[in-house]
Each structure stands twice: as C-alpha cells, then as structure tokens.
Ligand binder design. Structure first.
Ligand code: HEM
Length: 502
C-alpha cells in the first residue's frame, strides 16, 4: 500500500473505533441514569453527532440544558462520553462540599491536560507548587506589592512608550507580555523576569501543552504512548531551554547560601526559592523545579493576560467610564500612592474589572470534576465513578436571575450593589459563590485570585493615570474568539494609546 492509503485506512479505522466506542458508551450511560435529562441528539449515533455539532458551534447544549432544566443535572455529549452538567446554587454547593476523593479537580486536569504525557506522570499526585502560590504569594502580597508596582510601570513604559500622538499597539501581545513579566517577577525575580527569551519560553510551553493535550485527548488510550512520542518533542525541547535559564539562577542562589548562610541578605522570597527549599526532597532537581515553575505559570498567565486584554478593550469601548474611574483613583493615589492598601479602596475599578470578567472570561464549562467515587447530590441523583461533572460558567454569569440585563456591560454593577447593601466584601472581584464561579468555588477556588485582583487593578490604574486609550475603529469592539467551550480576546486587534492629555 502507498503511504497515503495507509494513512486513509488508519484514519477510517480510528473513526470507526471512535464511533463504536461512543455508541456503546451512549447506550450504557442512558440505561444507567433514569433520572438525568439528556440534552442533544438522540439515536444510535447521538454522541458523535452531538460532539460534531459542539465542535462546529452549531448547537450549544450547555445553554439549552441550563435554560430548560435549571436546578437539575443534565448530560451533554462530549468527545468520548456524556458529561454531566450541574445547575442551580444547591448542586454547585454540593460540589463545593464534596471531598477530593469523591470529586477531583486534579483528576479532571489530569485528563483534560493529559499530564501523564505532557508534564510528569506524578505531578498532580502532589501538586505542592499550587499550594506554594498561596503560601509564597497570596499571604505575602502586601510585602511584595512594591515590586509588582515597579514592574507594572517598567513593563508598560517599555511596551507602550507614551507618545504625544495616538499610536497603535497589539492588544493581546502587550497584555500577555506585561502579565508574563510581572508574574515572573514574583516567580523568579529580576533580571530573569524581563528576559524576552525566558518569557517567550513560558508562552511557548503553555501553547505546546494545550496543543499536545488536545491531540492526546483525541487519541484512544492504547495508542497514547506511541502517539505521544511523535507529538511532544517540542515540550522537552522547550523545557530544556527553560532549564538553561533556571540552572544558573539556582546555582547562584546556592552559592550565596554557601557563602553567606541560609538566610543570606537579599534572599528572594519568590516561587523559585520555595521550590528549592520546600519541595519534597526527591523533587528538587533542576528539571523538577523548572517543570513546576512552568506549570504554575501555565495556570497563572493565560487567564490573567486574557483578563487584562479584555479589560483594556472594555476601557476603550466604554470610554464614558474613564473620567469616573480617574475621579476615584486620583485622590487615593495623591493621598497614599499606589499600595496594596490603597488599591483595596478602589471599588469602582474593582467593579469595572469584575464586570469585564463576568461578561467575557467565563468558559461554558467551569469547575470540572472527575467523579472518583459514586456521588449522590442533595436532590438524590447519583453520578457514577469515572464520569465528569462541569458547571455551566458562561450560562451562570449571563443569567438574568442574578444579573439584570446580563448581556450588557454595566461597569458599576457591583460597586452599586456594594453601596446599596453597604457590604464592602460580598461584591468584590475575589469573592466567590454559586453565582460568581469565575475563580471556582470552595476548597479549590483559585489561590491566585488575590494576586490577579492586585495585578489588574494596578495595571488599569496605571493605564488610566498615564495614557488615553481608544479603539482602532471607533465603536467597534474587536470580536472574541471561541475555542469550543473557552472564550479568548481577539488576538490580532490593536488598541490606540497616547500620553494622557491633562
Ligand atoms: C483572571 C485570572 C484567573 C482566573 C479566571 C483563574 C481561574 C481559576 C479557576 C476557575 C480555577 C479552578 C477552581 C475550581 O475548579 O474550583 C483556578 C485554579 C487555580 N489557579 Fe487560577 N485563575 C486566574 C489566575 C491565576 C493566577 C495568576 C495564579 C497564580 C499565580 C493562579 C493559580 C491557580 C492555581 C494554583 C489553581 C489550582 C487550585 C488548587 O490546587 O486547588 N490562577 N483558577
């Protein structure tokens, strides 16, 4: 056979296997769950047809299920099997209260990111690097705020030098690089945080992870080890490049420790130090440290840079908010400067960013959990081990029951609620609950959200005080791009800046 006919035969075999697997799973699932509604095409080939409709965006099963069956569990077709969607505050609260050995976030990340093939097989058995985000960053945010502020100013003035006339800058590229640089200041410190090659590696590694995970997700289990050897050569190559940067830094810090003692003056309190000192003994090799650094950056920088880019697009689109935001920010900065405490007082700015997150950042599928033990919800429905549960993030954040005029950008929606209810905590960006699950909910709620809030508020406050900003085409907000369940800001559009005209 010629090589092209071999490929065609292989493809036909794989598609046949896939369809057969879906059909069997579909029948098995429907016979097991008598009290769960199935949304999507019925019949023998329901799952593969439904998956194709999902892939090409011709139907939105999650939204359909949310509207018709609010408060219940419903099932939708996804790649290989039915996925269960929870809706309504009670069921979301059931997930929040479930233990990790019943409903597992890491189990779903392992499957979604195919970590056995893209990272390290044991990385999610002990994700201590995630805990270090909380210990090294969140609980130390006040102490590290001056570095955040300094890096924000440096990053913006390098990427967007203020000019008298309007100049266009690529929005996504700029947002991404500001966030990479500032977050790396907290992960590895200067000067590496501003090394373009190191920041590009972080970006490229995340990109390679997503693409490889996608292909591996499509590959049947038995073929995964073979397919992965063809696919992931880019990941080890990128990892090696990262190790070339981290290696000398680790050596330099160890040398200082040898010469000046364990608590040498100026010793950084960053993620790298935590990984070098607090990772389990067998996990302190250069490779292990570098993988954990890159894996944490993967969790951190993509959602944060998307949020920054979207908030900048919103600032330029809804420019009538600019003067009121400046009126809030300027007296505070004049009085106290930009500090961790002073940004906490900027609740209109907090509201503006939270509204941008609510409207733009919620994926259709949120809070994924792998069911490790059969789990019974408070309404009596039992989901069997091996299944996957998700929450309908986009639908929840666009639900008129909780957000009047849900599709409208109302930048002061949350600050008005704060004033009306005289409640300074409940409506801020970092507060999670069943109707705002942008950062998840419960034990696994994003530990980086306090940092994200500080970063985004500092960045927007800096932009508002330093620049004027507008869209390239007046009145035309660059359209978002959807990757099946996940939204992303427009990645090619520009934004126009000039030095603020006072
Ligand atoms: C706008 C930016 C961000 C968004 C929208 C976001 C959202 C989320 C969500 C939805 C989860 C899963 C929660 C759940 O399923 O219950 C999560 C987990 C996590 N996020 Fe974030 N995140 C952001 C930024 C960051 C940053 C900057 C960091 C680190 C500095 C970070 C570190 C983490 C970690 C370590 C976890 C895993 C938590 C665990 O182990 O339980 N995130 N994030």
């Amino acid at each position: 056979m010629t090589s092209s006919s071999t490929w065609i035969t292989l493809c036909i075999a794989l598609v046949t296997l896939y369809v057969a697997r879906c059909v069997v799973d579909d029948r098995r699932t429907k016979s097991k769950y008598k009290d769960v509604v199935f949304v999507g095409p019925t019949g023998t080939f329901g799952t593969p047809i439904g998956f194709l409709q999902l892939l090409f965006g011709t139907r939105d099963f999650i939204q359909e299920g949310f509207e018709k069956h609010y408060g219940r569990l419903f099932a939708i077709p996804t790649l290989f099997q039915m996925t269960f969607v929870i809706s309504g505050p009670e069921l979301i609260d059931d997930v929040r209260r479930a233990s990790d050995d019943q409903l597992s976030l890491y189990g779903s990340i392992k499957e979604g990111m195919q970590t056995d093939f893209t990272m390290e097989p044991h990385i999610l058995e002990n994700p201590y690097h995630f805990k270090f985000v909380h210990l090294s960053l969140t609980s130390n945010l006040g102490g590290r705020y001056p570095e955040i502020h300094e890096e924000v100013i440096a990053a913006f003035s390098e990427l967007i030098p203020p000019t008298e006339g309007w100049t266009t800058f690529p929005a996504w590229f700029t947002g991404k690089h500001v966030v990479l640089r500032v977050v790396n200041r907290l992960f590895v410190g200067p000067p590496l945080c501003n090394n373009p090659d190191y920041n590009d590696i972080n970006d490229a590694y995340s990109d390679a992870l997503v693409k490889t995970a996608l292909v591996m997700g499509f590959t049947p289990g038995l073929l995964k080890p073979i397919v992965s050897t063809f696919l992931d050569s880019y990941i080890p190559k990128t990892l090696r490049r990262a190790m070339e940067h981290i290696g000398p830094l680790v050596e330099e810090r160890l040398e200082k420790e040898r010469l000046l003692g364990k608590d040498w003056p100026g010793k950084p309190n960053d993620l790298l130090t935590w990984l070098m000192e607090k990772a389990p003994q067998g996990d302190r090799s250069l490779k292990a440290i570098t993988i954990r650094l890159l894996a944490t950056m993967f969790a951190a920088y993509r959602p944060a840079s998307m949020a920054l880019t979207q908030a900048l697009f919103d600032l330029a689109t809804f420019s009538s908010y600019i003067s009121e935001l400046r009126d809030e920010i300027e007296p505070i900065v004049k009085e106290e400067g930009l500090t961790k405490e002073s940004i906490n007082k900027m609740y209109k700015l907090d509201s503006f960013i939270k509204e941008s997150l609510r409207l733009r950042a919620a994926g259709k599928s949120s809070m994924p959990r792998k069911v490790l033990k059969d789990f019974t919800f408070s309404n009596g429905t039992t989901i069997l081990a091996g299944s996957t549960i998700i929450a309908p993030g986009y639908a929840i954040h666009h639900d008129a029951r909780h957000y009047p005029n849900p599709n409208e950008f109302d930048g002061f929606r949350f600050s008005r609620l704060r004033e009306e209810q005289d409640d300074p905590v409940r409506h801020q960006m970092v507060s999670v609950g069943p109707t705002f699950i942008m950062f998840g909910n419960g034990r696994h709620a994003c530990p980086g959200r306090f940092l994200v809030s500080a970063l985004l508020k500092t960045m927007l406050a800096h932009v508002l005080m330093t620049y004027d900003i507008k869209l390239e085409q007046e009145g035309v907000r660059p359209a978002d791009k959807w990757y099946t369940f996940t939204p992303a800001p427009n990645q090619t559009a520009g934004l126009m800046f000039r030095k603020r005209a006072t």
